[in-house]
Design a protein around this ligand. Structure first.
Ligand code: PMP
Ligand code: GLN
Length: 381
């Protein structure tokens, strides 16, 4: 019998697969895994189809199609006043997850420490561990999940290699403020600490607030990889396309890894997206689109017994049931699927120590009728 030593002992199947599968088994309304239940723009599908029919079906250049990289560089310049050279500082990836994994593989060696704010998107910690790195989690707590930057400083050691940021944040819906960014600048000044800034929800931010992209801040930009996802931007999570931005010195190393990881990504989709995004109105309205959904979902949930936590960005709304029950959040999530027909994500899944604040995450990137039907069911609780 063959045996294999696990490189990730203690890691099971990701909570997104677990909850989506359970939702399927119980025919529940799936507000767990984050993906839209409505179609993307048919004009986008037409652009991709056109690219395929025109014969753009072979390998793209390793860093991405020039047309798409050029468009990304222009978009970032228009939005954040940052100039990234499309030739040397922009790489198209197979989604945000690959960009994150590749950036970590580029930088993390055994013994390196990586500071992660928890609850955190679940791909960060296993990727760091696979590379022999050490995760230094900083646990944030509801309702505001605020960062005390003095606590971050205390996590620094001679081995601190990187800080991973995620704003707007999954799962909490919190965002970094200008004050946070100023503290981060002060903390990292005169250090070699790198930043991996996961900005996949950059265009989903509410109430007129400004997305504090690292691209806005030259002092941070020079030490940072910025990750974006077309899945979020275009309502196409299944296409698995995204990109990474970094200064040349970092991107040169990133591409060394990228070329032997995926080499290049889906050609017709890159071309279709490049053509579609020439019209910036195709993405600049995203915050308004999702704010309507957030407002509706919050108003509906206001009629349930749950306590709503703040939601400033992303397409996730967290609730607390701490005042209602002592049940563990993973058990609560299972009973919501089984007994009420609504799937959510228990937020303890996003803490290294599975810290249970009795908080559940719901995805509101759904049709109005889906959200209404789900909350009707939750009202019975
Ligand atoms: N980062 C965060 C915070 C996410 O929520 C997701 C999930 N969509 C990703 C990265 C990965 O994005 P992609 O689906 O493009 O790999
Ligand atoms: N980003 C999505 C979420 O947080 C799904 C990611 C995934 O399924 N891997 O729910």
């Amino acid at each position: 019998m063959i045996s294999i030593q696990s490189k990730l002992p203690g890691v099971g199947t990701t909570i997104f697969s677990v909850m989506s599968k359970l939702a399927g088994e119980y025919k529940a309304i799936n507000l767990s895994q984050g993906f839209p239940d409505y179609p993307c723009d048919p004009k986008l599908v037409a652009e991709v189809t056109k690219a395929m029919k025109k014969g753009f079906n072979q390998y793209a250049p390793m860093p991405g199609l020039p047309a798409l990289r050029q468009l990304i560089a222009e978009k970032v310049n228009n939005l954040y006043g940052a100039s990234y050279d499309p030739e040397r500082e922009v790489t198209v990836t197979a989604g945000g997850t690959q960009a994150i994994f590749t950036a970590l593989s580029t930088c993390i060696s055994p013994g390196d420490e990586v500071i992660i704010f928890e609850p955190a998107y679940d791909s960060y910690a296993p990727a760091v561990k696979l590379l022999g790195g050490l995760v230094k989690p900083y646990e944030l707590a509801p309702p505001d999940y605020e960062i005390d930057w003095e606590m971050v400083r205390k996590l620094f050691s001679a081995n601190t290699k990187m800080i991973i940021l995620n704003s707007p944040q999954n799962p909490t819906g919190c965002i970094l403020s200008e004050k946070d960014i100023k503290a981060l600048i002060r903390l990292t000044r005169n250090t070699d600490i790198l930043i991996l800034s996961d900005e996949v929800y950059e265009h989903i931010i509410f109430d007129g607030q400004i997305h504090q992209s690292i691209a806005l801040h030259p002092e941070l930009r020079e030490r940072s990889f910025i990750v974006a996802s077309f899945g979020k931007l275009l309502h196409t999570t299944g296409w698995k396309l995204g990109y990474c931005l970094a200064p040349e010195i970092l991107m040169k190393e990133f591409r060394k890894v990228h070329q032997f990881n995926v080499f290049s990504v889906n050609t017709p989709m890159q071309l279709g997206i490049a053509n579609y995004l020439k019209d910036s109105s195709n993405y600049l309205g995203l915050s308004a689109f999702f704010q309507e959904k957030r407002d509706l979902f919050r108003a509906l949930l206001g009629e349930t017994k749950f306590k709503l936590l703040p939601c400033n960005g992303s397409y996730f709304q967290c609730i607390s049931y701490a005042h209602l029950s002592n049940e563990k959040d993973n058990e609560m999530a299972v009973s919501l699927v089984r007994d009420y027909g609504v799937a959510s994500i228990p937020v303890s899944a996003f803490y290294t120590k599975h810290t249970d604040h009795k908080v559940l995450r719901f995805c509101f990137a759904k049709k109005q009728e889906t959200l209404e039907k789900a909350v009707q069911r939750l009202m019975k609780l």
